[in-house]
Design a binder for this molecule. Sequence first.
Ligand SMILES: Nc1ncnc2c1ncn2[C@@H]1O[C@H](COP(=O)(O)OP(=O)(O)OP(=O)(O)O)[C@@H](O)[C@H]1O
Ligand SMILES: Nc1ncnc2c1ncn2[C@@H]1O[C@H](COP(=O)(O)OP(=O)(O)OP(=O)(O)O)[C@@H](O)[C@H]1O
Ligand SMILES: [Mg+2]
Ligand SMILES: [Mg+2]
Lengths: 267, 267
Amino acid sequence: TARTLALMNQKGGVGKTTTAVNLAAGLARLGQRTLLIDLDPQAHASLHLGIEPDENQPSVYDVLMDPSLDPSSAIRNSGERLDVLAAETDLAAAESELAPLADRTSRLGNAIGKLAHHYDAVLIDCPPSLGLLTINALACAHQVLIPMQAHFLALHGVGKLLETVKMLSGSVNPELRVMGIVLCAYDAQASHTREVVADLDDFLSSAAGTGEPWDGARVLGPAIRRNIKLAECPSFGQTIFEYAPGAPGAEDYEALARSVLDRLASN
Amino acid sequence: TARTLALMNQKGGVGKTTTAVNLAAGLARLGQRTLLIDLDPQAHASLHLGIEPDENQPSVYDVLMDPSLDPSSAIRNSGERLDVLAAETDLAAAESELAPLADRTSRLGNAIGKLAHHYDAVLIDCPPSLGLLTINALACAHQVLIPMQAHFLALHGVGKLLETVKMLSGSVNPELRVMGIVLCAYDAQASHTREVVADLDDFLSSAAGTGEPWDGARVLGPAIRRNIKLAECPSFGQTIFEYAPGAPGAEDYEALARSVLDRLASN
Ligand SMILES: Nc1ncnc2c1ncn2[C@@H]1O[C@H](COP(=O)(O)OP(=O)(O)OP(=O)(O)O)[C@@H](O)[C@H]1O
Ligand SMILES: Nc1ncnc2c1ncn2[C@@H]1O[C@H](COP(=O)(O)OP(=O)(O)OP(=O)(O)O)[C@@H](O)[C@H]1O
Ligand SMILES: [Mg+2]
Ligand SMILES: [Mg+2]
């Protein structure tokens, strides 16, 4: 049955959506029946794939707020072996509406449970926060992938992120593991890049054998190089593979998809 | 007395801190006695200027939570004519602690009121949210500057941002105006850049004469080109002018400081 992967980082603008969309497309191209769930009220993953809001079709907000709704009614096809559970801006109301409910952290997991047999991989694009939507993703994911940029200041948010993962793995989701870090918009020329990556490698290797949820996590290869084509394709509603299949961005996300596929069934 | 400028955008990673720091430094170099207020619990502006957390000195959190505290006790000098009201990560508690208080939106303004006579310009680096900290900034600012990137998806957040500005100008801060938009990490080569900028220009010019808070706002020149030096200098605790004074980033922020100075006293 499907392995669920949460793409999360509370820091904004680091590459979660670009990675969720192009990694999902990359996995689909490798033969994986893939579902991409847009869990961000900004609805950028849905926009990125050219999905228009549609009042005649439920979206992820409706699925979360009405557990009796068949979640497959909210699924849209976006290409061969790639489906999307799309978001609309009404999702902005979800966190405050879910907050008083007893099953507020398990609504997403329950919906995925009804869909999982159709897919090999489920990817969740999280919003830039550690609120209830991201908690729903962490409560049901098998693994977490952390997109980030190799900048000096990026290191400062990682501790808090991992605390949240640890809290969830210590309570509602004991199986939760961090698969690794994806370096996005990577610039080998920047003076601090090598030091930041070395810091991340040191931190992760020192976790080996500790039993922490990031024990065994890696900085995944390859890093995704900064490539203008990746910033351009959302405005055409396309993945990098449709827009510029020969570009470095396509090469890197294809290789990342292989790395991820190797690790997807590890827990 | 000092003009107060809020650097705000609820979207993460768009260039607020890079702009707040280097614009403040640019204004200081033009002779303006400048105060930079770090209003983000991530404390990136403070880190950017090499300011270490110091348990022997109050920070912006203490100033907000204790109105009887003299705010100048929390000021640190960061260079000629550049002072900083630094943040520490304890600021993360401020929003929930301020929430029940009657004067929760005026605490920052009251503190600035006690300091304003020392300065010509006060710049506020806002967190990536429209929560109570950003509201405090909008409640007391004379003008708002919106850093953003000329990407297709960036247009989608602007509406919500302007709604919030309008709500504040319609209630607690009738003088509030949007000075304009600063284009950060600008890449003239990207296919969508020109269209995004044209969209922004159209939107702002159609506001002329409507009396909206962004009536008269412009996309400010120059755009700040993507320049690796701007991403490197935080790891050395320096502004671009200290780190790489000959770099395009220094050139662009110096020119932006002139544009901003021209408009600073317009309301
Ligand atoms: N490798 C890359 N090369 C060039 N541009 C990139 C790359 N990765 C991401 N970007 C651009 O950076 C911006 C932010 O990326 P993205 O939207 O994926 O981040 P995010 O973490 O999902 O943001 P948010 O926190 O708002 O959800 C986008 O304009 C995107 O096109
Ligand atoms: N013109 C530029 N050229 C190159 N890199 C830039 C430029 N402007 C900003 N950056 C880099 O982009 C990243 C995000 O910028 P910054 O921290 O200023 O954004 P922010 O809006 O303050 O983010 P947050 O929402 O987290 O507060 C940083 O690593 C910064 O160094
Ligand atoms: Mg996103
Ligand atoms: Mg910032």
